[in-house]
Design a protein around this ligand. Structure first.
Ligand SMILES: Cc1ncc(COP(=O)(O)O)c(C=O)c1O
Length: 412
């Protein structure tokens, strides 16, 4: 499923050559290095076109049919289209597509359901919880009383017994499931059961797997969670942004929590781009893509394990892999630096055991480029060679350039 389209950079090049150079430099970086950051992807030119459209000029506080500004009749149609497509794609009764980002969506979900000081049970940050799941550096940790559940130190899997015990002990107002680094499917039914037992809301922060859900390659949280928050980028391949799905009974509370409580005017160019992405995600091609993302991640996880890295949970169900490179004689931070020098871009992450940092990588972007299991084998061999010090970074960089040269994300 290679994406081959033409990007028009001439306008900017003529008017602002300085900035055009910067954009072209970034395009070159994205095209000649391996994008293995699990949260990133290549949006289609149609999504990028909507982002760069005159809808960016429009102010539209409020919701379709009830705006605080005039002239919203056209953008109202765009927002209704995005909402209808999101509802159809995910089988949700209500969709709010205005959240500026995944974090804004989570903030709005809390605002809709909680009061400052309420207790919330979420995956602890050392185990892959997001900053919005109770970090003291984030509004969530300051305004709410977060209790963290963990993962089993041996298996790396969510400890559902601990979730139940902590819920019974702390009687949280809400339970959050979702992570920045959990490679396995989340058992939403168990979370629902626990939430029901203690009378808590269930908030699924499905920022990472939502694109897989759209493509039928991961279970959906929508039938189980009271509120589902997600990003529209990552595997979903839309513009940077967020969305919230919920049942009809919470629709008004969620909408008010987004606007006017936590945000101002809706960003109509971004909402239009979300509509484009939802349309793309509803196609058979996207289903194939989502399944290939998982097939690639499974293959890459197995190959990295064969190279000696310790793959958390022994593999993956999703686009995301976390692994400890220590057996290759290098810690996560050093590994990330060495790989960056070789043109392989990925993140560090916490590991379930101990304090050492591991590596987090994902296959969403390379799969959009058209790479398959064969290329995963090349990537795993290159990565391990660099970490072992067997392949010099300049030589590896050339090999990355050769590989990406055959799978260009954009042309023109
Ligand atoms: C689970 C989870 N929640 C929330 C977010 C926040 O998304 P954003 O960076 O768009 O605010 C992320 C981002 O990676 C995430 O993984």
């Amino acid at each position: 499923m290679p994406v081959t389209h033409t990007l028009e950079a001439d306008v900017l090049r003529r008017q602002d050559p300085e900035l055009a150079e910067i954009l072209l430099g970034e395009l070159d970086r994205q095209s000649t290095t391996l994008q293995l950051i699990a949260a990133e992807n290549f949006s289609s030119p149609a999504v990028l076109a909507a982002l760069g459209s005159p809808l960016a000029n429009k102010y539209a506080e409020g919701y379709p049919g009830a705006r605080h500004h005039g002239g919203c009749e056209i953008v109202d149609v765009a927002e209704r289209l995005a909402v209808d497509r999101a509802k159809a794609l995910f089988g949700a009764e209500h969709a709010n597509v205005q959240s500026h980002s995944g974090s804004s969506a989570v903030l709005a979900a809390y605002a809709a359901l909680l009061r400052p000081g309420d207790t919330v049970l979420a995956l602890g940050l050392p185990y892959g919880g997001h900053l919005t799941h109770g970090s003291p550096a984030n509004f969530s940790g300051r305004w709410f009383d977060f209790v963290g559940y963990g993962v089993d130190a041996e298996t790396g899997l969510i400890d559902y017994d601990q979730v139940r015990t902590l819920a019974r002990t702390h009687r949280p107002k809400a339970i959050v499931c979702g992570s920045i680094a959990y490679p396995r499917h989340i058992d939403y039914a168990v979370f629902r059961e626990v939430a029901d037992e203690v009378g808590a809301y269930l908030i699924a922060d499905a920022a990472h797997p939502m694109g897989l859900v759209a493509g039928g390659a991961a279970p959906s949280p929508v039938p189980y969670a009271d509120v589902v928050c997600a990003t529209t980028h990552k595997v979903l391949r839309g513009p940077r942004g967020g969305m919230i799905l919920c049942g009809a009974e919470l629709a008004e509370r969620v909408d008010r929590a987004v606007f006017p409580f936590t945000q101002g005017g809706a960003q109509m160019h971004s909402i239009a781009a979300k509509a484009v992405a939802f349309g793309e995600a509803a196609t058979p091609e996207f289903r194939l893509y989502a399944h290939q993302v998982v097939a690639n991640a499974r293959a890459l996880a197995a190959l990295l394990a064969a190279e000696g890295l310790v793959v958390t949970t022994g593999g993956t169900d999703t686009h995301l892999i976390t692994a400890d490179p220590a057996p290759l004689g290098v810690d996560g931070r050093t590994a990330r630096g060495r790989l960056a020098a070789a043109g392989m871009v990925l993140d560090c992450c916490a590991l379930p055991h101990g304090d050492a940092r591991g590596l987090r990588l994902g296959t969403a972007a390379v799969t959009t480029q058209g790479m398959g299991e064969e290329e995963m084998a090349s990537i795993a061999a290159l990565l391990a060679g660099v970490l072992r010090g067997e392949t010099e970074s300049l030589k590896a960089r050339d090999q990355v350039r050769e590989l990406t040269g055959r799978f260009q994300p954009y042309t023109g």
